[in-house]
Write a new protein. Structure first.
Length: 87
C-alpha cells in the first residue's frame, strides 16, 4: 500500500474525526472515546460490523448466532467495549 501524502493524511484524520462524531451520536461513548478505542480504519470497521449485528432487527438468538459466526471479525471490538464498560 502506498504511503499517504500530507494532504491524504489530513483528509484521513478529518474523516476519522467526522466518523467518530457521527458514531458517538448513536452510542453512549463520546467521539474522543471512540477515537481512542478504535484509532484505525480496521478498528472502526470492526466496530461497525458489531453495531450492525447488535442493532439488526433479528431476534436475540439470531444475533447470538451472527456474533458467534463473526467473532473473528468483531472480537477485538467486543473486548475493547467490555473493558471500557466494566473496568
Amino acid at each position: 500500500m502506498p504511503k499517504k501524502s500530507d494532504i491524504g493524511k489530513l483528509a484521513s484524520a478529518k474523516t476519522k474525526v467526522q466518523f467518530a462524531d457521527e458514531l458517538s451520536s448513536y452510542t453512549t461513548l463520546t467521539a474522543d472515546q471512540i477515537k481512542e478505542l478504535f484509532p484505525t480504519k480496521s478498528d472502526l470497521d470492526e466496530l461497525m460490523e458489531l453495531i450492525t449485528i447488535v442493532n439488526s432487527d433479528a431476534d436475540e438468538k439470531t444475533k447470538q448466532a451472527q456474533l458467534a459466526e463473526n467473532i473473528g471479525k468483531v472480537g477485538g471490538a467486543v473486548i475493547k467495549l467490555v473493558k471500557t464498560v466494566i473496568f
